[in-house]
Design a protein around this ligand. Sequence first.
Ligand code: ADP
Ligand code: MG
Length: 292
Amino acid sequence: SIMPATLSAISNGARHGILFKGGVHLENLGNLQAIALDKTGTLTKGKPEVTDLVLRKDVNEADFLQYVASIENYSNHPLASAIVRYTKNKYSTELLKPENMEDISGYGVQAYLDGVQWKVGKAEFVGREEVEQFQNGIALDFAKQGKTIVFAKDNKGIAGIITLKDVVRSETITAIEALKQEGIYTIMLTGDGEKTANAIASESHVDAYIADCLPETKVDEVKRLKEQFGTVAMVGDGINDAPALATASVGIAMGEGTDVALETADVVLMKNDLPRIAEAVKLSKKMNRIIK
Ligand code: ADP
Ligand code: MG
């Protein structure tokens, strides 16, 4: 049965925008040793904007964007939406209908346009070697600025790159510092590459980060953290975070996240309000003292 102290803490939480799907989750937060956080949409706003375009010499910008946007139009990744939005704003061209479109989760998209195969996505997806040859590895400079680079390859190699930047939420640093103050180890997990991950991790003040995570890698990391630390929370917003949310001692979803994340989580931050986590930890510690 649920203790009166727990009940009052849960209803207090709900009034302040943090929803617990059971008293045990609130109690667990008081014992939290480590917290893993997804990058895109959790530490950052999750609404990336196109910042730079670098094209191969023979490539025309309007054509390039029309092709890439036509393919990305069939993906629902936040990067894809940003590229389509940018293209439509800059050129009022009609989008084309690609053939054999494939969306490969965590890597990118591929399709045929006018009989030519296009691959649009991360370096590992289009080919590391070609990426390094493209403009003397210019992509590295962008990655160091915390930008995500989308590579677009046609039948002649990399046709161009589109860089996008997603800004860290204004309350992220406060939230991370408050968790560290409670003695909790903070670690960022992301599908993005090493250099971009490094830049966003230092902007966010997290203790550590792991780049190039596939959804399964996030699960493995949460398992490893549980072995090392004990009680571990995972915070995320995407479909790709759901398995890790289920694996954590406490799964925490961003309120504006996808339905799957909201259903899987034990705790929901109704207004995406990250600082509420540390407040709930403090509340839980106080409550656990009253119960004992
Ligand atoms: P995150 O964990 O950062 O939310 P994802 O696991 O969704 O990232 O994707 C990992 C990486 O794969 C992205 O950073 C991007 O480089 C690439 N990617 C995935 N889907 C697409 C797409 N539709 N268009 C371009 N790039 C993509
Ligand atoms: Mg995300």
